[in-house]
Design a protein around this ligand. Structure first.
Ligand code: NAP
Length: 326
């Protein structure tokens, strides 16, 4: 089969195209997917460098998330059948940036007829994470939210969810064009962390809106600063580390202001709620792909140009998702 191959976890990963990769072998509890589109997410960029929470045996075809059609089913498969269109993720072995992948049945969600394979490629990871984190904030008794990397695909979903639920939200971005892009989709409060006025502006706004829950995808200085400037009893939920920096936090804000730091990983959340509940939520997400959970697809590259796709995505993250396949 065709695929892009990663052979080494290094700081500057080299991806090579191969037209002669052996097709994956199917285990009894797996289905063989003919991949339609593989998404490129920040988690893939970390995976390529060996920095993600999952490491696979090399060489491997990367790509955690995507969409495709069931080509063959293992002997233990109960629900899926050949020809089903699915959104899918890969947890071991070759992933979505090749022609075929073998994955467990619970890693696949049948697509509604109304959902295209292109839209189906970004159903699993971001919508479910955005939904889960906002609900966690509410369940923990917080009435207002702050988010960093607000112009990300996931950040835009958080904007829409909060608007629908009438939850005050402050989105932190790092450029003025991102401020404008978020206002365009209806965000009320957007602040630019690169602005000289950021500290004062953000602190006043956070106090006024009583935003005490920080969804942080960036880590580093901006995360530490935001938590420090937020009201007492605020919590930072760390779910991404786009800056790849440590979060500088003074112990005093935890001792004297009762602030907390927690983590979120979709993998653990799925274990927490159980696979059936997860599938139920994911089916629901599909009904709102044109609105709340809409993901802009910026560009699609053929598998042969997978390496260029990764390079292009890493330089144009705010413009929308880059897919491999088609
Ligand atoms: N924990 C979980 O289970 C989980 C699940 C899903 C997603 N995530 C995380 O969610 C985050 C967003 O994912 P996505 O797919 O929505 O991303 P995306 O659409 O690719 O967008 C990434 C955004 O981050 C911004 N960014 C990149 N590096 C930055 C930095 N150093 N400082 C500030 N902003 C930076 C980019 O802005 P520029 O255009 O300025 O570069 C862009 O707006 C990622 O961190 C991802 O790992 C975590």
């Amino acid at each position: 089969m065709k695929g892009i191959i990663l052979t080494n976890y290094t700081e500057n990963p080299q991806l090579e195209f191969s037209a002669e990769r052996k097709n994956p072998e199917l285990k009894p509890n797996q289905v063989l997917i003919k991949n339609a589109y593989g998404s490129i997410n920040p988690s893939d960029l970390m995976f390529l460098r060996g920095l993600y929470g999952i490491k696979k045996k090399l060489p491997v075809v990367p790509g955690f998330e995507g969409s495709g059609t069931v080509e063959e089913v293992g002997s233990e498969i109960k629900h899926l059948k050949k020809g089903d269109r699915v959104a899918c993720v890969s947890s071991s072995g070759d992933g979505t940036w090749g022609e075929f992948m073998a994955t467990e049945e619970e890693n696949c969600i049948p697509l509604l007829d109304s959902v295209s394979l292109e839209a189906g490629a970004s159903i699993f990871v971001n919508p479910m994470t955005a939904w889960a984190m906002v609900n966690r904030a509410i369940k923990s008794g917080h009435t207002g939210i702050v988010q960093t990397a607000g112009a990300s695909a996931l950040g835009k979903m958080v904007v829409r969810i909060c608007k629908e639920k009438n939850i005050p939200l402050i989105s932190i971005v790092r450029r003025d064009d991102q401020v404008a892009a978020l206002h365009e989709i209806g965000a009320e409060h957007v602040v630019n962390s690169s602005s000289a006025k950021f500290d004062r502006e953000f602190m006043v706004l956070a106090k006024k809106q009583n935003t005490t829950y920080l969804l942080d995808a960036v880590a580093g200085e901006v995360a530490g600063k935001a938590l420090t400037l937020m009201p007492a009893k605020s919590t930072l939920l760390s779910y991404g580390a786009l800056s790849e920096k440590e979060i500088p936090i003074h112990a005093g804000i935890m001792i004297f202001q009762d602030k907390k730091v927690e983590g979120f990983w979709l993998t653990y959340w799925i274990q927490e709620i159980g696979i059936e509940a997860f599938h139920k939520e994911a089916r629901e997400v599909q009904k709102h792909l044109d609105t709340t959970f809409h993901t802009v697809v910026n560009k699609i590259f053929p598998i042969e140009q997978g390496s260029e796709a990764v390079d292009y995505y890493s330089k144009n993250m705010s413009l929308g998702k880059v897919l491999i396949g088609g």
